[in-house]
Design a protein around this ligand. Structure first.
Ligand code: ADP
Ligand code: MG
Length: 493
Protein backbone atom coordinates (compact mmCIF):
# COMPACT_ATOMS: atom_id res chain seq x y z
CA UNK A 1 0.00 0.00 0.00
CA UNK A 2 1.37 3.42 -0.86
CA UNK A 3 0.93 5.60 2.17
CA UNK A 4 -0.21 9.10 1.32
CA UNK A 5 -1.19 11.61 3.99
CA UNK A 6 -4.46 13.26 2.97
CA UNK A 7 -5.12 15.16 6.20
CA UNK A 8 -4.03 18.54 7.47
CA UNK A 9 -2.79 18.22 11.07
CA UNK A 10 -5.38 19.55 13.52
CA UNK A 11 -3.89 21.03 16.73
CA UNK A 12 -7.10 20.19 18.62
CA UNK A 13 -6.23 16.51 18.22
CA UNK A 14 -2.59 16.71 19.26
CA UNK A 15 -1.52 14.74 22.29
CA UNK A 16 0.77 16.52 24.75
CA UNK A 17 3.97 14.72 25.56
CA UNK A 18 6.99 15.62 27.69
CA UNK A 19 9.01 16.59 24.60
CA UNK A 20 6.23 18.21 22.54
CA UNK A 21 3.09 17.42 20.58
CA UNK A 22 2.23 14.09 18.99
CA UNK A 23 -0.35 13.00 16.45
CA UNK A 24 -2.08 9.63 16.15
CA UNK A 25 -2.32 7.82 12.84
CA UNK A 26 -4.87 5.02 12.66
CA UNK A 27 -5.94 2.55 9.98
CA UNK A 28 -8.68 -0.05 10.49
CA UNK A 29 -9.28 -3.49 9.08
CA UNK A 30 -12.94 -4.33 9.72
CA UNK A 31 -14.12 -7.91 9.42
CA UNK A 32 -17.82 -8.06 8.63
CA UNK A 33 -19.74 -11.30 8.36
CA UNK A 34 -21.67 -11.37 5.09
CA UNK A 35 -25.43 -11.71 5.45
CA UNK A 36 -26.16 -14.88 3.50
CA UNK A 37 -28.02 -18.14 4.14
CA UNK A 38 -25.00 -20.28 3.42
CA UNK A 39 -21.21 -20.20 3.61
CA UNK A 40 -18.74 -18.75 1.10
CA UNK A 41 -17.84 -22.05 -0.57
CA UNK A 42 -20.41 -24.53 0.75
CA UNK A 43 -24.15 -24.90 1.21
CA UNK A 44 -23.95 -25.15 5.03
CA UNK A 45 -26.16 -22.87 7.06
CA UNK A 46 -24.69 -19.75 8.65
CA UNK A 47 -27.31 -19.60 11.40
CA UNK A 48 -25.96 -18.32 14.73
CA UNK A 49 -26.52 -20.37 17.88
CA UNK A 50 -27.05 -23.80 16.29
CA UNK A 51 -25.66 -26.86 18.14
CA UNK A 52 -21.84 -27.12 17.77
CA UNK A 53 -20.74 -28.73 14.48
CA UNK A 54 -24.24 -28.90 13.05
CA UNK A 55 -23.51 -26.35 10.28
CA UNK A 56 -20.69 -28.40 8.74
CA UNK A 57 -20.50 -29.97 5.29
CA UNK A 58 -17.70 -32.05 3.76
CA UNK A 59 -16.29 -28.84 2.28
CA UNK A 60 -16.14 -27.11 5.67
CA UNK A 61 -14.60 -30.21 7.25
CA UNK A 62 -12.00 -30.23 4.41
CA UNK A 63 -12.57 -33.82 3.40
CA UNK A 64 -10.01 -34.90 0.77
CA UNK A 65 -11.14 -34.41 -2.80
CA UNK A 66 -14.00 -32.08 -1.98
CA UNK A 67 -14.01 -28.87 -4.02
CA UNK A 68 -15.19 -25.39 -3.06
CA UNK A 69 -17.92 -23.65 -5.10
CA UNK A 70 -18.35 -19.90 -4.86
CA UNK A 71 -21.65 -18.70 -3.37
CA UNK A 72 -23.09 -16.10 -5.75
CA UNK A 73 -25.07 -14.41 -3.02
CA UNK A 74 -21.85 -13.60 -1.12
CA UNK A 75 -20.38 -12.12 -4.30
CA UNK A 76 -23.48 -9.95 -4.77
CA UNK A 77 -23.28 -8.78 -1.17
CA UNK A 78 -19.60 -7.85 -1.49
CA UNK A 79 -20.28 -5.87 -4.69
CA UNK A 80 -23.25 -4.10 -3.10
CA UNK A 81 -21.05 -3.20 -0.12
CA UNK A 82 -18.39 -1.87 -2.47
CA UNK A 83 -20.99 0.30 -4.16
CA UNK A 84 -22.12 1.56 -0.74
CA UNK A 85 -18.51 2.54 0.02
CA UNK A 86 -18.38 4.45 -3.29
CA UNK A 87 -15.57 2.13 -4.27
CA UNK A 88 -14.15 0.73 -7.47
CA UNK A 89 -15.59 -2.69 -8.27
CA UNK A 90 -13.08 -5.08 -9.80
CA UNK A 91 -14.72 -7.24 -12.46
CA UNK A 92 -11.96 -9.79 -12.09
CA UNK A 93 -10.63 -10.92 -8.72
CA UNK A 94 -8.62 -13.89 -7.49
CA UNK A 95 -9.01 -16.21 -4.52
CA UNK A 96 -5.72 -17.09 -2.86
CA UNK A 97 -4.68 -19.61 -0.28
CA UNK A 98 -3.29 -17.99 2.84
CA UNK A 99 -1.27 -20.76 4.45
CA UNK A 100 -1.59 -20.82 8.16
CA UNK A 101 -2.58 -23.81 10.17
CA UNK A 102 -5.66 -23.06 12.18
CA UNK A 103 -6.98 -26.12 14.05
CA UNK A 104 -10.31 -24.40 13.60
CA UNK A 105 -9.96 -24.15 9.80
CA UNK A 106 -9.29 -27.76 8.82
CA UNK A 107 -8.08 -27.02 5.26
CA UNK A 108 -4.79 -25.85 6.73
CA UNK A 109 -5.16 -22.57 4.85
CA UNK A 110 -7.70 -19.79 4.59
CA UNK A 111 -9.17 -18.91 1.22
CA UNK A 112 -8.83 -15.14 0.95
CA UNK A 113 -8.03 -12.51 -1.64
CA UNK A 114 -4.61 -10.96 -1.72
CA UNK A 115 -3.33 -9.05 -4.75
CA UNK A 116 -6.62 -8.87 -6.64
CA UNK A 117 -9.53 -8.11 -4.30
CA UNK A 118 -13.14 -7.85 -5.46
CA UNK A 119 -13.38 -4.17 -4.40
CA UNK A 120 -10.73 -1.42 -4.67
CA UNK A 121 -10.48 2.16 -3.41
CA UNK A 122 -13.49 3.98 -1.96
CA UNK A 123 -14.51 6.76 0.45
CA UNK A 124 -16.42 7.01 3.70
CA UNK A 125 -17.55 10.40 5.07
CA UNK A 126 -17.64 10.99 8.80
CA UNK A 127 -19.81 13.65 10.38
CA UNK A 128 -17.66 14.93 13.26
CA UNK A 129 -20.23 17.44 14.52
CA UNK A 130 -18.75 20.89 15.02
CA UNK A 131 -15.41 19.67 13.63
CA UNK A 132 -17.13 19.19 10.28
CA UNK A 133 -16.93 16.39 7.77
CA UNK A 134 -13.93 14.09 7.47
CA UNK A 135 -13.10 11.88 4.50
CA UNK A 136 -11.62 8.44 5.20
CA UNK A 137 -10.17 6.53 2.27
CA UNK A 138 -10.97 2.85 1.77
CA UNK A 139 -8.02 0.86 0.47
CA UNK A 140 -9.88 -2.32 -0.49
CA UNK A 141 -12.54 -4.85 0.41
CA UNK A 142 -11.92 -8.54 -0.05
CA UNK A 143 -13.83 -11.75 0.58
CA UNK A 144 -12.43 -14.47 2.80
CA UNK A 145 -13.41 -17.41 4.99
CA UNK A 146 -13.95 -17.17 8.71
CA UNK A 147 -12.45 -19.81 11.03
CA UNK A 148 -14.25 -22.00 13.56
CA UNK A 149 -13.75 -21.91 17.29
CA UNK A 150 -11.37 -23.87 19.54
CA UNK A 151 -12.72 -24.43 23.03
CA UNK A 152 -10.10 -25.02 25.72
CA UNK A 153 -12.02 -24.75 28.95
CA UNK A 154 -14.35 -27.73 28.94
CA UNK A 155 -11.98 -30.63 29.55
CA UNK A 156 -8.78 -30.91 31.62
CA UNK A 157 -6.60 -32.33 28.85
CA UNK A 158 -8.49 -31.98 25.59
CA UNK A 159 -9.57 -29.11 23.39
CA UNK A 160 -12.85 -29.12 21.55
CA UNK A 161 -13.66 -27.60 18.23
CA UNK A 162 -16.82 -26.04 16.82
CA UNK A 163 -16.69 -25.70 13.03
CA UNK A 164 -20.07 -23.96 12.62
CA UNK A 165 -18.36 -20.72 11.73
CA UNK A 166 -15.64 -22.28 9.66
CA UNK A 167 -16.04 -21.16 6.05
CA UNK A 168 -18.60 -18.44 6.72
CA UNK A 169 -18.04 -15.48 4.36
CA UNK A 170 -16.34 -12.38 5.73
CA UNK A 171 -15.70 -9.07 4.05
CA UNK A 172 -12.49 -7.44 5.17
CA UNK A 173 -12.74 -3.69 4.72
CA UNK A 174 -9.33 -2.01 4.93
CA UNK A 175 -9.12 1.74 5.51
CA UNK A 176 -6.25 3.99 4.56
CA UNK A 177 -4.29 5.38 7.50
CA UNK A 178 -6.51 8.49 7.44
CA UNK A 179 -7.95 8.36 10.97
CA UNK A 180 -6.46 10.81 13.48
CA UNK A 181 -8.21 10.23 16.82
CA UNK A 182 -9.99 7.56 18.83
CA UNK A 183 -13.23 9.51 18.35
CA UNK A 184 -12.81 9.41 14.57
CA UNK A 185 -12.11 5.67 14.80
CA UNK A 186 -15.31 5.16 16.81
CA UNK A 187 -17.31 7.24 14.34
CA UNK A 188 -15.76 5.35 11.43
CA UNK A 189 -16.74 1.95 12.86
CA UNK A 190 -20.26 3.25 13.55
CA UNK A 191 -20.54 4.66 10.03
CA UNK A 192 -19.37 1.44 8.37
CA UNK A 193 -21.85 -0.48 10.52
CA UNK A 194 -24.70 1.85 9.53
CA UNK A 195 -23.84 1.53 5.84
CA UNK A 196 -23.69 -2.29 6.08
CA UNK A 197 -27.01 -2.38 7.90
CA UNK A 198 -28.70 -0.09 5.38
CA UNK A 199 -27.45 -2.37 2.62
CA UNK A 200 -28.40 -5.52 4.55
CA UNK A 201 -24.98 -7.00 3.80
CA UNK A 202 -23.95 -7.57 7.44
CA UNK A 203 -26.09 -7.46 10.59
CA UNK A 204 -23.39 -5.41 12.34
CA UNK A 205 -23.85 -7.26 15.59
CA UNK A 206 -20.58 -6.70 17.45
CA UNK A 207 -21.55 -8.76 20.53
CA UNK A 208 -22.04 -11.85 18.37
CA UNK A 209 -18.81 -11.14 16.52
CA UNK A 210 -20.44 -10.33 13.15
CA UNK A 211 -18.37 -7.14 13.08
CA UNK A 212 -14.91 -6.78 14.58
CA UNK A 213 -11.90 -4.60 13.95
CA UNK A 214 -8.13 -4.89 13.81
CA UNK A 215 -6.80 -1.47 14.72
CA UNK A 216 -3.43 -0.21 13.46
CA UNK A 217 -2.02 2.62 15.56
CA UNK A 218 1.13 4.69 15.23
CA UNK A 219 2.21 8.11 16.47
CA UNK A 220 4.33 10.81 14.86
CA UNK A 221 5.24 14.42 15.39
CA UNK A 222 2.39 16.44 13.84
CA UNK A 223 2.41 16.25 10.06
CA UNK A 224 5.70 14.30 10.06
CA UNK A 225 6.63 10.91 8.62
CA UNK A 226 4.38 8.00 9.51
CA UNK A 227 5.68 6.07 12.50
CA UNK A 228 5.93 2.31 13.01
CA UNK A 229 2.51 0.84 13.69
CA UNK A 230 1.21 -1.79 16.04
CA UNK A 231 -1.89 -3.78 15.16
CA UNK A 232 -4.44 -4.48 17.90
CA UNK A 233 -6.36 -7.62 16.93
CA UNK A 234 -10.04 -8.45 17.10
CA UNK A 235 -11.61 -5.56 18.96
CA UNK A 236 -15.33 -6.23 19.26
CA UNK A 237 -16.83 -3.09 20.76
CA UNK A 238 -16.59 0.62 19.99
CA UNK A 239 -15.88 1.42 23.62
CA UNK A 240 -12.94 -1.02 23.62
CA UNK A 241 -11.69 0.45 20.34
CA UNK A 242 -11.49 3.91 21.92
CA UNK A 243 -9.82 2.60 25.09
CA UNK A 244 -7.34 0.47 23.14
CA UNK A 245 -6.31 3.36 20.87
CA UNK A 246 -5.89 5.82 23.75
CA UNK A 247 -3.78 3.34 25.71
CA UNK A 248 -1.69 2.27 22.72
CA UNK A 249 -0.90 5.81 21.54
CA UNK A 250 0.24 6.82 25.03
CA UNK A 251 2.36 3.67 25.34
CA UNK A 252 4.12 4.45 22.05
CA UNK A 253 4.67 8.11 22.97
CA UNK A 254 6.24 7.10 26.30
CA UNK A 255 8.62 4.70 24.55
CA UNK A 256 9.65 7.26 21.92
CA UNK A 257 10.15 10.02 24.47
CA UNK A 258 12.39 7.69 26.46
CA UNK A 259 14.57 7.40 23.37
CA UNK A 260 13.26 3.94 22.46
CA UNK A 261 11.79 2.69 19.22
CA UNK A 262 8.51 0.99 18.36
CA UNK A 263 8.66 -2.64 17.28
CA UNK A 264 6.08 -3.50 14.67
CA UNK A 265 3.96 -6.11 16.37
CA UNK A 266 0.52 -7.58 16.83
CA UNK A 267 -1.07 -6.78 20.18
CA UNK A 268 -4.18 -7.76 22.10
CA UNK A 269 -6.43 -5.47 24.11
CA UNK A 270 -7.39 -6.69 27.56
CA UNK A 271 -10.69 -5.04 28.41
CA UNK A 272 -10.27 -5.78 32.13
CA UNK A 273 -6.98 -3.92 32.55
CA UNK A 274 -7.64 -1.46 29.71
CA UNK A 275 -4.15 -2.22 28.36
CA UNK A 276 -2.72 -3.74 25.20
CA UNK A 277 -0.09 -6.49 25.38
CA UNK A 278 2.18 -8.07 22.81
CA UNK A 279 0.91 -11.15 20.98
CA UNK A 280 3.65 -11.60 18.38
CA UNK A 281 6.42 -9.47 16.89
CA UNK A 282 7.09 -8.91 13.20
CA UNK A 283 9.88 -11.50 13.32
CA UNK A 284 7.39 -14.09 14.46
CA UNK A 285 4.90 -13.02 11.78
CA UNK A 286 3.50 -15.90 9.77
CA UNK A 287 4.81 -16.54 6.32
CA UNK A 288 1.47 -16.92 4.61
CA UNK A 289 2.89 -18.07 1.26
CA UNK A 290 -0.10 -16.72 -0.61
CA UNK A 291 -0.80 -18.30 -3.99
CA UNK A 292 -3.91 -18.44 -6.19
CA UNK A 293 -6.15 -21.30 -5.10
CA UNK A 294 -5.95 -23.85 -7.95
CA UNK A 295 -9.40 -25.17 -7.03
CA UNK A 296 -11.07 -21.85 -7.90
CA UNK A 297 -11.22 -19.98 -11.17
CA UNK A 298 -10.70 -16.22 -11.14
CA UNK A 299 -13.97 -14.58 -10.15
CA UNK A 300 -15.30 -12.66 -13.14
CA UNK A 301 -18.48 -10.73 -13.84
CA UNK A 302 -19.52 -8.09 -16.34
CA UNK A 303 -20.62 -4.48 -15.95
CA UNK A 304 -24.30 -5.42 -16.33
CA UNK A 305 -24.09 -7.57 -13.20
CA UNK A 306 -22.76 -4.57 -11.25
CA UNK A 307 -25.20 -2.13 -12.84
CA UNK A 308 -28.17 -4.31 -11.88
CA UNK A 309 -27.02 -4.38 -8.26
CA UNK A 310 -26.39 -0.61 -8.30
CA UNK A 311 -29.91 0.00 -9.55
CA UNK A 312 -31.46 -1.87 -6.63
CA UNK A 313 -29.35 -0.27 -3.91
CA UNK A 314 -31.43 1.33 -1.15
CA UNK A 315 -31.04 5.01 -0.29
CA UNK A 316 -27.84 5.18 1.79
CA UNK A 317 -27.29 7.12 5.04
CA UNK A 318 -25.48 10.12 3.50
CA UNK A 319 -28.11 10.62 0.82
CA UNK A 320 -30.93 10.19 3.32
CA UNK A 321 -29.29 12.74 5.61
CA UNK A 322 -29.08 15.35 2.87
CA UNK A 323 -32.62 14.68 1.70
CA UNK A 324 -33.98 15.02 5.25
CA UNK A 325 -32.24 18.39 5.63
CA UNK A 326 -33.60 19.76 2.35
CA UNK A 327 -37.03 18.09 2.33
CA UNK A 328 -38.00 18.61 5.97
CA UNK A 329 -35.96 21.72 6.75
CA UNK A 330 -34.33 20.15 9.81
CA UNK A 331 -30.78 20.68 11.07
CA UNK A 332 -27.89 18.51 9.97
CA UNK A 333 -27.52 17.33 13.55
CA UNK A 334 -31.16 16.24 13.79
CA UNK A 335 -30.88 14.49 10.44
CA UNK A 336 -27.79 12.56 11.66
CA UNK A 337 -29.72 11.32 14.69
CA UNK A 338 -32.75 10.34 12.61
CA UNK A 339 -30.83 8.34 10.01
CA UNK A 340 -28.90 6.25 12.56
CA UNK A 341 -30.91 3.25 11.39
CA UNK A 342 -33.26 2.63 8.51
CA UNK A 343 -36.17 1.82 10.79
CA UNK A 344 -35.65 5.02 12.80
CA UNK A 345 -35.49 7.03 9.59
CA UNK A 346 -38.65 5.37 8.25
CA UNK A 347 -40.49 6.07 11.49
CA UNK A 348 -39.56 9.74 11.28
CA UNK A 349 -40.71 9.96 7.67
CA UNK A 350 -44.05 8.38 8.52
CA UNK A 351 -44.51 10.99 11.25
CA UNK A 352 -43.21 13.97 9.27
CA UNK A 353 -45.01 13.38 5.93
CA UNK A 354 -47.41 16.29 5.49
CA UNK A 355 -46.52 17.80 8.85
CA UNK A 356 -44.12 20.47 10.06
CA UNK A 357 -40.65 18.87 9.83
CA UNK A 358 -38.94 20.64 12.70
CA UNK A 359 -41.77 19.90 15.16
CA UNK A 360 -41.88 16.27 14.01
CA UNK A 361 -38.10 15.92 14.39
CA UNK A 362 -38.23 17.38 17.90
CA UNK A 363 -40.94 14.99 18.98
CA UNK A 364 -39.37 11.93 17.39
CA UNK A 365 -35.89 12.66 18.77
CA UNK A 366 -36.63 14.08 22.22
CA UNK A 367 -39.84 12.48 23.42
CA UNK A 368 -40.01 9.32 21.34
CA UNK A 369 -36.35 8.17 21.02
CA UNK A 370 -35.73 9.42 24.58
CA UNK A 371 -38.57 7.31 25.91
CA UNK A 372 -37.56 4.25 23.86
CA UNK A 373 -34.00 4.46 25.20
CA UNK A 374 -35.28 4.75 28.76
CA UNK A 375 -37.33 1.58 28.37
CA UNK A 376 -34.59 -0.18 26.35
CA UNK A 377 -36.97 -0.58 23.43
CA UNK A 378 -36.58 0.25 19.77
CA UNK A 379 -38.89 1.26 16.95
CA UNK A 380 -39.76 -2.36 16.15
CA UNK A 381 -41.32 -2.99 19.57
CA UNK A 382 -42.49 0.53 20.39
CA UNK A 383 -45.91 0.83 22.02
CA UNK A 384 -46.59 4.00 20.00
CA UNK A 385 -46.98 3.95 16.21
CA UNK A 386 -45.94 6.69 13.81
CA UNK A 387 -49.64 7.28 13.14
CA UNK A 388 -50.35 7.88 16.83
CA UNK A 389 -47.38 10.20 17.28
CA UNK A 390 -48.45 12.03 14.12
CA UNK A 391 -51.91 12.40 15.65
CA UNK A 392 -50.44 14.05 18.75
CA UNK A 393 -48.44 16.46 16.60
CA UNK A 394 -51.58 17.34 14.60
CA UNK A 395 -53.32 18.33 17.82
CA UNK A 396 -50.42 20.63 18.72
CA UNK A 397 -50.34 22.18 15.25
CA UNK A 398 -54.08 22.86 15.26
CA UNK A 399 -53.76 24.59 18.65
CA UNK A 400 -56.09 22.05 20.28
CA UNK A 401 -53.48 21.16 22.89
CA UNK A 402 -50.39 22.91 24.23
CA UNK A 403 -46.92 21.36 24.14
CA UNK A 404 -47.23 20.62 27.82
CA UNK A 405 -50.56 18.82 27.51
CA UNK A 406 -49.11 16.98 24.52
CA UNK A 407 -46.53 15.44 26.83
CA UNK A 408 -49.29 14.18 29.13
CA UNK A 409 -51.14 12.87 26.09
CA UNK A 410 -47.97 11.13 24.90
CA UNK A 411 -47.76 9.34 28.27
CA UNK A 412 -51.40 8.22 28.01
CA UNK A 413 -51.01 6.91 24.47
CA UNK A 414 -47.71 5.21 25.43
CA UNK A 415 -49.29 3.43 28.38
CA UNK A 416 -52.85 2.80 27.23
CA UNK A 417 -52.82 3.13 23.45
CA UNK A 418 -55.76 4.68 21.61
CA UNK A 419 -56.42 7.48 19.17
CA UNK A 420 -54.94 10.78 20.43
CA UNK A 421 -57.85 12.93 19.15
CA UNK A 422 -60.41 10.67 20.87
CA UNK A 423 -58.49 10.77 24.13
CA UNK A 424 -58.29 14.58 24.06
CA UNK A 425 -62.02 14.74 23.38
CA UNK A 426 -63.07 12.20 26.02
CA UNK A 427 -60.85 13.58 28.77
CA UNK A 428 -61.51 17.23 27.86
CA UNK A 429 -57.84 17.98 27.44
CA UNK A 430 -58.40 20.61 24.78
CA UNK A 431 -56.62 23.89 25.21
CA UNK A 432 -58.85 26.80 26.12
CA UNK A 433 -58.43 29.44 23.43
CA UNK A 434 -61.83 30.90 24.18
CA UNK A 435 -60.80 34.40 25.30
CA UNK A 436 -63.98 34.90 27.34
CA UNK A 437 -63.15 31.92 29.58
CA UNK A 438 -59.54 33.02 29.95
CA UNK A 439 -60.57 36.60 30.72
CA UNK A 440 -62.83 35.38 33.47
CA UNK A 441 -60.03 33.42 35.12
CA UNK A 442 -57.66 36.38 34.85
CA UNK A 443 -60.17 38.78 36.38
CA UNK A 444 -60.57 36.48 39.36
CA UNK A 445 -56.83 36.14 39.87
CA UNK A 446 -56.27 39.89 39.61
CA UNK A 447 -58.95 40.76 42.13
CA UNK A 448 -57.74 38.09 44.58
CA UNK A 449 -54.11 39.27 44.48
CA UNK A 450 -53.93 43.06 44.76
CA UNK A 451 -50.39 42.99 46.20
CA UNK A 452 -49.03 41.02 43.25
CA UNK A 453 -50.74 43.49 40.93
CA UNK A 454 -48.83 46.38 42.58
CA UNK A 455 -45.56 44.49 42.26
CA UNK A 456 -45.95 43.56 38.63
CA UNK A 457 -46.54 47.19 37.72
CA UNK A 458 -43.05 48.01 39.03
CA UNK A 459 -41.45 44.83 37.77
CA UNK A 460 -43.11 43.63 34.56
CA UNK A 461 -41.18 40.35 34.43
CA UNK A 462 -43.38 39.19 37.36
CA UNK A 463 -46.06 38.57 34.75
CA UNK A 464 -44.75 35.00 34.80
CA UNK A 465 -46.34 34.51 38.19
CA UNK A 466 -49.76 35.48 36.75
CA UNK A 467 -49.31 33.19 33.77
CA UNK A 468 -48.55 30.40 36.21
CA UNK A 469 -51.73 31.11 38.18
CA UNK A 470 -53.89 31.06 35.05
CA UNK A 471 -52.31 27.81 33.87
CA UNK A 472 -52.95 26.30 37.29
CA UNK A 473 -56.56 27.47 37.32
CA UNK A 474 -57.10 26.05 33.82
CA UNK A 475 -55.22 22.80 34.65
CA UNK A 476 -52.69 23.63 31.99
CA UNK A 477 -55.27 23.99 29.28
CA UNK A 478 -55.26 27.74 28.70
CA UNK A 479 -53.59 28.78 25.47
CA UNK A 480 -50.37 30.47 26.68
CA UNK A 481 -50.29 33.07 23.87
CA UNK A 482 -53.85 34.14 24.67
CA UNK A 483 -53.09 34.26 28.40
CA UNK A 484 -50.06 36.51 27.89
CA UNK A 485 -51.89 38.82 25.56
CA UNK A 486 -54.92 39.29 27.84
CA UNK A 487 -52.79 39.62 30.98
CA UNK A 488 -50.76 42.43 29.40
CA UNK A 489 -53.93 44.26 28.47
CA UNK A 490 -55.57 43.85 31.87
CA UNK A 491 -52.46 44.77 33.83
CA UNK A 492 -51.72 47.60 31.43
CA UNK A 493 -48.12 46.45 30.95
P1 ADP B 1 -1.17 -5.84 6.81
O1 ADP B 1 -1.87 -6.70 5.81
O2 ADP B 1 0.21 -6.24 7.12
O3 ADP B 1 -1.96 -5.63 8.07
P2 ADP B 1 -1.80 -3.43 5.23
O4 ADP B 1 -0.87 -2.71 4.33
O5 ADP B 1 -2.93 -4.14 4.63
O6 ADP B 1 -0.94 -4.39 6.12
O7 ADP B 1 -2.33 -2.34 6.24
C1 ADP B 1 -3.16 -2.64 7.26
C2 ADP B 1 -3.72 -1.39 7.89
O8 ADP B 1 -2.71 -0.63 8.52
C3 ADP B 1 -4.42 -0.45 6.93
O9 ADP B 1 -5.68 -0.13 7.49
C4 ADP B 1 -3.53 0.78 6.93
O10 ADP B 1 -4.29 1.95 6.79
C5 ADP B 1 -2.89 0.74 8.27
N1 ADP B 1 -1.58 1.40 8.36
C6 ADP B 1 -0.57 1.31 7.50
N2 ADP B 1 0.48 2.03 7.93
C7 ADP B 1 0.12 2.61 9.09
C8 ADP B 1 0.77 3.47 10.04
N3 ADP B 1 2.02 3.88 9.88
N4 ADP B 1 0.08 3.85 11.12
C9 ADP B 1 -1.19 3.44 11.32
N5 ADP B 1 -1.84 2.63 10.48
C10 ADP B 1 -1.21 2.21 9.38
MG1 MG C 1 -3.41 -6.50 9.07
Amino acid sequence: MSLVDTRTPDPKKFIKGATGDWEMVIGLEIHAQVTSESKLFSGSSTKFGNAPNSNVSFVDAAMPGILPTINQECVRQAVRTGLGLKAKINNRSIFDRKNYFYPDLPQGYQISQFKDPIVGEGIVYLDMGKDGEVEIGIERLHLEQDAGKSIHDQHPNMSFIDLNRSGVALMEIVSKPDIRSSEEARTYIAKIRTILRYLGTCDGNMEQGSLRADINVSVRSPGGEFGTRCEIKNVNSMRFAVAAIEYEARRQIDILEDGGKIDQETRLFDSKSGKTRSMRSKEEAHDYRYFPDPDLLPLEFDDEFVAALAKDLPELPDEKHDRFVSEYGITSYDASVLISSRSNADFFENVAKGRYGKLSANWVINEFFGRLAKEELDVSNSPISAKQLGGIIDLISSGDISGKIAKDLFEIVWGEGGDPADIVEKRSMKQVSDTGAIEKMIDEIISANPEQVEKVKLKPQLIGWFVGQVMKASQGKANPQAVNKILKEKLAL
